[in-house]
Design a protein around this ligand. Structure first.
Ligand SMILES: NC(=O)c1ccc[n+]([C@@H]2O[C@H](COP(=O)([O-])OP(=O)(O)OC[C@H]3O[C@@H](n4cnc5c(N)ncnc54)[C@H](OP(=O)(O)O)[C@@H]3O)[C@@H](O)[C@H]2O)c1
Length: 260
């Protein structure tokens, strides 16, 4: 039995791609996000194309208790063998701008608290049953401080570190944890933040969501702890490892600066 794949942030971008990959491999799929109509439309396509069962569990993961409720509802469907912690958001702008806090706080709740809670519940349940796989969608941003997108980079550093630590702890239990670290990717991510003018969007080649998702899915199945996608992002991460943190921060900040 393949078990259920629970995918958060399944209404858009990378989440839709993960849902297709899971269904193509015969997993029954649980889709979660806030945009119910988009989840239902994707569910219909997956049922028709792959003949799997699909359940939609809408949730706003920034709300207190929402991640716990989602996990409990998902578990009622049956054994969850794959968790893709994909829902996430960011804010581009100066940290000292008081206007930004609402979105920054939402990103902390979704990218950190909800992801960590779902990961913990999944790790416990999977270790006590037939094992399973957890794919956390972090970011290349997790390797570097990001002035002008400071909170987002910090949330992804948290998820990357947590994933690497849990991957070691869970060795031998049948549960793998993989942190997927893409660079800028062609999804709704930047538009959702009203972000059209940072240098990263005009100078950096963007990854394709299907390519990025496939790389992450393959790394998850191989049980790899970390997967950085794209040659350019691998090079950037290598450079970051070799450079003083302050130089990385200054350079990253220049890329993330909004252009007028
Ligand atoms: N695109 C990039 O350049 C890039 C690069 C590196 C990493 N990532 C990471 O990849 C993941 C997927 O992002 P994407 O690129 O596919 O962006 P996207 O197209 O904006 O999709 C984000 C997904 O997260 C969901 N989401 C946002 N806020 C939520 C909330 N409060 N509660 C529940 N779900 C919420 C959205 O669903 P609803 O709006 O329906 O709730 C949507 O399905 C994120 O974790 C992101 O940080 C993206």
């Amino acid at each position: 039995m393949k078990g259920w794949a629970l995918i958060t942030g399944a209404s858009e971008g990378l989440g839709q791609e993960f849902a297709r990959l899971a269904a193509a491999e015969g997993h029954d799929v649980i889709l979660s996000a806030r945009q119910t109509a988009k989840l239902e439309a994707l569910a219909q396509t997956l049922r028709a194309d792959f003949g799997v069962a699909v359940l939609c569990l809408p949730a706003d993961l920034s709300k207190p208790g929402a991640a716990e409720t989602l996990w409990q509802s998902a578990e009622q469907a049956g054994c969850i063998s794959v968790l893709v912690n994909n829902a996430g958001l960011g804010r581009n702008g100066a940290f000292a701008d008081p206007e930004g806090w609402a979105r920054e706080a939402e990103s902390i709740e979704v990218n950190i608290r909800a992801a960590a809670l779902l990961m913990k519940r999944a790790a416990v349940a999977m270790a006590a049953s037939d094992g399973g796989r957890i794919l956390n969608v972090a970011s290349a941003a997790g390797f570097m401080p990001g002035p002008n997108m400071a909170v987002y980079h910090a949330t992804k550093a948290f998820l990357l570190s947590l994933s690497e630590a849990a991957a070691v702890e869970l060795r031998g239990t049948g549960v793998s944890v993989t942190a997927l670290c893409p660079g800028a990717t062609e999804t709704n991510f930047f538009a959702a933040d009203g972000q059209h003018r940072s240098t990263i969007l005009t100078r950096m080649p963007m990854g394709k969501p299907d390519t990025v998702a496939r790389a992450g899915w393959a790394a998850m199945k191989a049980g790899r702890a970390v997967c950085v996608t794209g040659v350019q992002n691998k090079l950037a991460v290598l450079l970051v490892r070799l450079s003083p943190r302050w130089i990385t921060a200054v350079a990253t900040g220049a890329f993330l600066k909004r252009r007028s």
